[in-house]
Design a protein around this ligand. Structure first.
Ligand SMILES: [Zn+2]
Length: 313
């Protein structure tokens, strides 16, 4: 018997059930405040090796309105009820509080606006002080993120690089860390290159594949393994230009790495107080542009990108 993919009785369901189903289809996203820079994310050992991913496509798709906003009027109303195009530079966003001056931040990598649902999303900053070597910025990125995260119920994440950079301003770090009860720390980034239907069939990037950035708790073994398995399958030997290191470190070694990084910047009693408030995660990104496939347009751009980066931007 042929598989039926249409549920004809859906319009006949009571309205409250239909609305609840639409609500359950809404993604839970990591809203990116800025564009990640491939040269820092992948720490290229050799300039002739193309970057495994140019990263921008994931950010762009992840910042679009959720898939259900394009299905019908009823589903769009559900998406618009709690979501909006969040303006990172404008002082006011309808539904949200005005941005104070200390939360203003600008960089070449900063994003003007992205879709954001304050009831379910979190805010992420890709920028870390090492970016200062390549890009100008004004204001405090961390203070700005802390404020954006406060609009997201206190859900905010930064990269481990924030604690490892020599350009870090310790006072700024201390002040910002006080602003949220807990902080999520991205310990590494893994990009999964696959097509839309494979991504959607796994459900690992949201029910409708519209939650392209996932932060996975280091103790969530089931999801961590499922994502690492998919990442491995998507990098067949001989077909990719640059393989990522898809090693699975133990949660204990990841925690130790975080402790070492924080201890490097803060006093030891301060470190021990702070560590229970830090939640280490791995970031998985879904990119359908196949940047790492031999011969793909995106991989050719990746090679050019690496050469350009070597000569200086
Ligand atoms: Zn890519």
């Amino acid at each position: 018997m042929a598989e039926c993919k249409t549920f004809h009785l859906f319009p006949k369901l009571p309205a409250e059930l239909r609305l609840e189903i639409w609500r359950l289809c809404l993604p839970q996203r990591v809203c990116e405040k800025d564009q990640a820079f491939p040269g820092i994310v992948f720490d290229l050992p050799d300039d002739e090796i193309p970057v495994p991913c140019l990263l921008y496509q994931t950010t762009e798709v992840n910042g679009r309105p959720p898939a259900i906003s394009r299905i019908c009027r009823e589903s769009r109303e559900i998406a618009l009820k709690t979501g909006l195009f969040y303006q990172f530079f404008r002082s006011t966003n309808s539904l949200l509080k005005p941005r104070p001056s200390e939360a203003e931040w600008w960089s070449y990598t900063a994003i003007h606006s992205a879709w954001f649902d304050s009831t379910r999303d979190s805010m992420h900053l890709n920028w870390e002080p090492t970016y200062r070597g390549e890009f100008d910025d004004r204001g405090s990125a961390l203070q700005s993120l802390a404020w954006d995260a406060s609009q997201a119920g206190g859900r905010g994440s930064i990269n481990i690089g924030y604690f490892q950079s020599n350009y870090i301003l310790i006072k700024d770090l201390r002040d910002a860390l006080k602003k949220l009860p807990t902080w999520t720390v991205v310990m590494r980034v893994v990009v999964i290159h696959t097509n839309f239907s494979t991504g959607a069939s796994t459900g690992l990037f949201g029910l409708l594949d519209d939650s392209r950035v996932q932060l996975i708790d280091i103790f969530d073994e089931a999801r961590m393994n499922a994502l690492f398995d998919l990442a491995e399958q998507c990098e067949p030997y001989g077909l990719v230009t640059a393989r990522q290191q898809i090693s699975r470190d133990s949660p204990q070694s990841i925690q130790q790495k975080l402790r070492d990084a924080v201890r490097h910047k803060l006093r030891s009693e301060e470190t021990e107080k702070l560590l229970p408030r830090l939640r280490p995660v791995i970031m998985f990104r879904l990119c359908t542009e196949m940047c790492n496939r031999v011969g793909s347009t995106a991989s050719i751009r990746g090679v050019r990108w690496a050469r350009k980066a070597r000569k200086g931007l």
